[in-house]
Design a binder for this molecule. Sequence first.
Ligand code: HEC
Length: 119
Amino acid sequence: MSKALKRVLAAAIAASALVFCAAVPAGASDVSQAQQDLANQGQMLAELNCARCHSIKASGNSAAMGAPPMREFAQKWPLDALAEALAEGIVTGHPDMPEFVFTPDQISALMAFLETLAE
Ligand code: HEC
């Protein structure tokens, strides 16, 4: 193997290690494709179930009085706590809202979407 090729390989390995590490805290610029797909699913779920009351856009007011826009969710609650609340059935303080039952997969998708909204 030539020296140059070795150097290229070493750089490629270092780069993939970087990508791997960077994916863990799920920062803004390095959202992986899988994370993006998940977020898209979450957006669909939000559109179907939540958008008629909560704004799911980057700006603008919610359709329902008093319903916080979804982009503010991540600032108000740790997403882990929110995920837990959704899994248990988020009913408290939510009189007008139908009770939703989400699967863990749907909740991950919704959380991925909320993360993209919060950025
Ligand atoms: C029929 C209207 C309606 C729909 C549909 C709706 N919400 Fe809400 N939601 C509200 C209102 C109104 C509030 C404010 C309630 C309050 O503060 O008492 C709220 C508050 C919330 C809160 C804040 C926590 C709380 O209890 O105050 C969260 C989180 C939330 N909604 C999540 C969701 C999610 C996720 C969906 C879709 C799966 C959804 N909502 C669908 C009306 C709705």
